[in-house]
Design a protein around this ligand. Sequence first.
Ligand code: ATP
Length: 318
Amino acid sequence: MKTSIIELKGLKKRYGSINVVDHLDLDIHKGEIFGLLGPNGAGKTTTILMMLGLIEPTSGIAKVCGHNSISNPINVKSKVGYMPDNVGFYDHMTGLENLVYIGQLNGLSRLEAEKSAISIMKTVGLENALNTKTAAYSRGMKQRLGLADVLIKGPEVIIMDEPTLGIDPSGVKDFLKLIKTLSRQHGLTVLLSSHHLNQVQKICDRVGIFVKGKLLAQGNIEQLSEQLFSQTSNQVSITLSEPVKLTQEEELALQELAKVEHIYKENSQIYINCNKTLTPSIVRFLVERNYNIIGVHQKTYGLEDIYQKYFENQHLNV
Ligand SMILES: Nc1ncnc2c1ncn2[C@@H]1O[C@H](COP(=O)(O)OP(=O)(O)OP(=O)(O)O)[C@@H](O)[C@H]1O
């Protein structure tokens, strides 16, 4: 059975007349990477701050590692490493000095803090910048040091608010890879909030789509895609070894077979819009008529399509 590390039940935060977080139920399991995905103002930061016990919910419960975030925030903080969207450092100090300082604030002796800080800076790829003042760190290096800052506390859970903000694409790729490796190697549970769809898609085991304070859906990409697009028209493209020459009879039969909405032919390709479960029948139909198929491509829906679809629907449903 999966162990829940973060449990939110009916979590709500109201500011004035607005429910910024509206009856949120969510379970995040041990060792998983969960992406809280939503546009600006969706309520992601507010949710995170309630998990950390930094703001009080209007109603509902937030628990982290079994500790109630409101009645027991100190225990929650001892288990969680939180990386805000804008990590601050003492610019006149080096990366190593900053990290040692944080280690000491978290109860390590100077010697322990130094040993641990050097090792963690290697883990996050800052071994060549130990003695560089953080004023000279790039945004990507600061994010890595932010992660080191979190790791030196030895957390069970890492919560990151927009961790890739302002980093260039190759820096983002490396940074996310690092998070995934750390999570897998040390069984760390990671919650990250983001509005960068493609980035989140790459490393998260599950995502929650969060819009206007409500979690509209959660699951892995395949589950979300299935929920949303299984009944939707899907495009299959089939490539033949020769230019397409379907007879009128064949075309009619194909339309009948696949309840095809639309067939489009171009050179050696046939594009068919239909329910995706019909792809095998279409392929069989063509093979039986001696067409040489050299490629079949079925469009798959990524997080961007899913998000767009939910975002469109929420204008109607929420
Ligand atoms: N202290 C506060 N008082 C009143 N309204 C607030 C307060 N804090 C946040 N809000 C409002 O709550 C909503 C959600 O804000 P929140 O920062 O949680 O969103 P977010 O999803 O993290 O967005 P972003 O990515 O822009 O940070 C916003 O409309 C914001 O203006």
